[in-house]
Ligand binder design. Structure first.
Ligand code: NDP
Ligand code: MG
Length: 383
């Protein structure tokens, strides 16, 4: 029986993680749940999964829940509560589905406590890949990818020698604006942006998928998860999202992982690794697929990708700044303050103004993150 902590349990990945757990009660129990402010859903989850502890980071939401709730689960609040859940002694694995840089300290707390980390929160590896992977090595903990592309790569690498990998090919759906020119992108709306063709996800990653910043974040995530150079990571647009990613080896053989786009499969693999168990996700039927197609991404129009390679290759604090500027820009886009293409301007300008520190410690990354947020916000206000 594996005891699981789910951080970000009220979100898209968090709720699907709980579905996976509910389907295998003989294998999993929920030790702790944490969310930001959704007290209503967290309360339902507490009743269904009976964790030992549950956390709401937002103090007002935590107060609301504490006034209503009369059960056995211990309620905690604030950042301290989140870190306590992440490092909870009775847990075997921590699945982090928090969105953004806000997940970094919790991921570090889980690893510091010697827990395996099932990681959906890619921003953590983007901002602090070196520190996070070094801590995992030191504590001999696994970082198991939840992101479907990275889960695919992990599956393709089973039984293979890492030294014989020629390159990793990350697939990308291309998002709702695939094939659009910059002129067309200038006038796209938030509603159009939130209509992802293949996946239902949280709002931030849905916007990131449309800008291809999500794929940029995934390139940096792959660099750290698989300890591979940027020149060995390619991105290929594959609109059907059936091939979730591929690995090419020295002899020219390419191994791919396929399946319908359903996050419950990679979530479950991260929790059961290296085992596989039955899944409620629908099955891939090759009779229903007429074609699998591929395109080179348009780096001139979708700047999210080249900016990520630039940030990653420079390294140091720059990926953290890329991520922070994007988080601010996406929030501004979601609240109608800026247009779609302005997201790129915010990221590019903020990166351009940053003085990179090449070997940052955690404190330097937190400072760079705050600097980037302030710089991006000022640029947006001046627009
Ligand atoms: P959602 O926005 O749906 O959910 C985010 C979750 O994080 C919610 O539970 C939210 O709580 C919680 N949260 C937000 N801020 C904080 C905070 N400061 N402290 C603690 N908890 C917080 O996001 P997704 O599930 O879509 O994405 C989560 C992560 O997984 C992202 O990093 C994303 O890139 C990654 N991912 C998502 C995929 C998907 O299909 N959705 C696919 C691959 C990766 P509350 O509800 O209370 O606000
Ligand atoms: Mg992905």
């Amino acid at each position: 029986m594996k005891s699981v902590v789910v951080l970000g349990s009220t979100g898209s990945i968090g709720t699907q993680t709980l579905e996976v757990i509910a389907c295998a009660p003989e294998r999993f129990r929920v030790a702790a749940l944490a969310a930001h402010s959704n007290d209503v859903l967290l309360e339902e989850q507490i009743r269904q999964y009976r964790p030992e502890i549950a956390v709401l980071v937002d103090p007002d939401a935590a107060d609301r829940l504490a006034r209503r709730y009369r059960g056995r689960t211990v309620l905690l609040s604030g950042e301290e509560g989140l870190l306590a859940a992440a490092a909870y002694a009775n847990a075997d694995i921590v699945l982090s589905a928090i969105v953004g840089f806000a997940g970094l300290r919790a991921a570090l707390a889980a690893l510091a406590a010697g827990k395996d980390l099932a990681l959906a929160n890619k921003e953590t590896l983007v901002a602090a890949g070196q520190i996070v992977t070094a801590l995992a090595r030191e504590k001999q903990c696994r970082i198991l990818p939840v992101d479907s592309e990275h889960s695919a790569i992990l599956q393709c690498l089973q039984g293979e020698k890492r030294s014989q990998v020629k390159k990793i090919i990350l697939t990308a759906s291309g998002g709702p604006f695939r094939g659009f020119t910059s002129d067309r992108l200038r006038s796209v709306t938030l509603e159009e942006c939130l209509q992802h063709p293949n996946w239902r996800m949280g709002r931030k990653i849905t916007v990131d998928s449309a800008t291809l910043v999500n794929k940029g974040l995934e390139v940096i995530e792959a660099r750290w998860l698989f300890d591979i150079d940027y020149h060995q990571i390619d991105v290929l647009v594959h609109p059907q999202s059936i091939i979730h990613s591929m690995v090419e080896f020295d002899d020219g053989a390419v191994i791919a992982q396929l399946g319908l786009p359903d996050m419950r499969i990679p979530i479950q693999y991260a929790l059961t690794y290296p085992d596989r168990i039955a899944s409620p996700a629908p099955r891939l039927s090759f009779n229903d697929i007429s074609a699998l197609t591929f395109e080179v991404p348009d780096h001139q129009t979708f700047l999210g990708l080249p900016l990520a390679y630039a940030a990653g290759k420079t390294g140091g604090t720059l990926p953290c700044v890329y991520n922070a500027a994007n988080e601010v820009a996406v929030n501004a886009f979601l609240s109608g303050k800026i247009g779609f293409l302005d997201i790129y301007h915010v990221i590019e300008t903020t990166m351009g103004r940053h003085q990179v520190a090449l070997q940052p410690d955690l404190e330097a990354l937190v400072t760079a993150d705050a600097w980037a947020r302030e710089t991006a916000a000022r640029y947006i206000d001046a627009c």
